[in-house]
Design a binder for this molecule. Structure first.
Ligand code: NAP
Length: 348
């Protein structure tokens, strides 16, 4: 049988709870013409899933969406055979059917994975949507120059870790913003950031001022709320801001107003300081930058110049708890669920 997690009710407010998810058992499906049956190995949990569930009433009753790393069990699709490892979108279930050329947010699925380049879990992390988000928002939108000061919030998270490390490779001074002291230590000691300040400080704006003696040239925004307000007084004239996410408002009853306020709060600074601030929709960059990103980022990862921390949860039954923990900031690194055995690992 196939264990699946369905979206039981549309989350209209508040934060994810058990009542939003329902586990069911269904027969493992048979692949039709031009389809393959795949076994989910890793399921990616991402804050955007929450927004999708909140905004689309049609997804109630469906298998919860999620990007996955899977292994082909049986294939009727030319070019794929049993045993192949692929990046696809099985969602929150143990087995799924995959056809050819399915496009989600501009990504084409499936994509074959080569475990000799990097561990296959990176396809849902640093070599997947998260890495491309960091690359598109930093390298493409903000065009960093050596010597500039880059600040990134949610610095120890999936996107933040990649942003900071790429900025270091490009010769920038990099300052992270994170919550817990161990997250701040991690981004300095393991990821090589120059400094990290905690958003739990009573004077975040003052701490940023001290950590950025030459001001802020680039801000990669993942959080919104008071963190955004503390950054704005410290940005330099002509700074660039990539508005990537506002996770502090994802549980807000009126999310659309929160997004509008996000822009409105920044607007006086943007106009007075001649700041370029652009909302980042990574889907817009997939077609134009995916190949360049994959080539450059794979080389950095293979050379050990970009590293990554994963927050792994064992078993599909952990997915609701893992999702809640991530949305509450209790994750440490890129959140993913190991749904079944990874055949590329030595213990497998
Ligand atoms: P993540 O950073 O791994 O996890 C979220 C982190 O956000 C938590 O660990 C927590 O870190 C921080 N956080 C949560 N609530 C907070 C609050 N109220 N105040 C301050 N920090 C808070 O998640 P991710 O997947 O890498 O995503 C990061 C951001 O990028 C999200 O906003 C996401 O929606 C956005 N994103 C956007 C796109 C796009 O196309 N625009 C694509 C991918 C991701 P601390 O413990 O350090 O506070």
């Amino acid at each position: 049988m196939n264990t699946q997690y369905l979206l039981a009710s549309r989350p209209v407010d508040g934060i994810a709870a058990d009542e939003h998810f329902r586990a069911v058992q269904t027969p493992i499906p048979e692949p039709g013409p031009n389809q393959m049956l795949t076994r989910t190995i890793y399921l990616s949990l991402d804050p955007y899933q929450w927004n999708r569930w909140r905004s689309d009433p049609d997804v109630v009753g469906e298998v919860c969406h999620g990007r996955t790393v899977s292994q082909v069990v049986r294939s009727n699709l030319t070019g794929y055979e049993a045993g192949d490892l692929i990046f696809n979108t099985n969602g929150w279930q143990e087995y799924g059917l995959t056809g050819d050329g399915i496009s989600v947010f501009g990504y084409m699925f499936p994509r074959k994975l080569n475990p000799s380049i990097a561990p296959i879990s990176t396809a849902v992390g640093v070599l997947g949507m998260l890495g491309l988000t960091a690359y598109a928002g930093l390298v493409v939108q903000c065009a960093p120059r050596a010597g500039e000061t880059v600040v990134v919030s949610a610095a120890s998270g999936g996107v933040g870790q990649a942003v900071g490390q790429i900025a270091k490779l490009l010769g920038c001074r990099v300052v992270g913003i994170a919550g817990a002291p161990e997250k701040c230590r991690f981004v300095i000691e393991t990821l090589g950031f120059d400094a990290c300040v905690s958003h739990r400080s009573e004077d975040l704006a003052g701490d940023l001022d001290a950590a950025c003696p030459d001001g802020i040239d680039i801000y990669f925004e993942n959080v919104g709320g008071p963190v955004f307000d503390a950054v704005l007084p410290n940005v330099n004239r002509g700074a660039r801001i990539s508005l990537c996410g506002i996770i502090s408002d994802y549980a807000n009853d009126d999310f659309e107003s929160a997004v509008a306020n996000w822009f409105a709060r920044g607007e006086p600074t943007f106009s007075q300081q001649n700041v370029t601030a652009q909302r980042l929709s990574v889907g817009n960059f997939v077609r134009d930058y995916q190949d360049r990103f994959l080539a450059e980022m794979s080389a950095w990862v293979q050379a050990g110049q970009v590293t990554y921390k994963e927050d792994r949860w064992p078993g599909l039954d952990q997915a609701p708890s893992a999702f809640r923990a991530m949305m509450a900031g209790r994750n440490f690194g890129k959140t993913l669920v190991r749904v079944s055995e990874d055949p590329t690992l030595p213990s497998a």
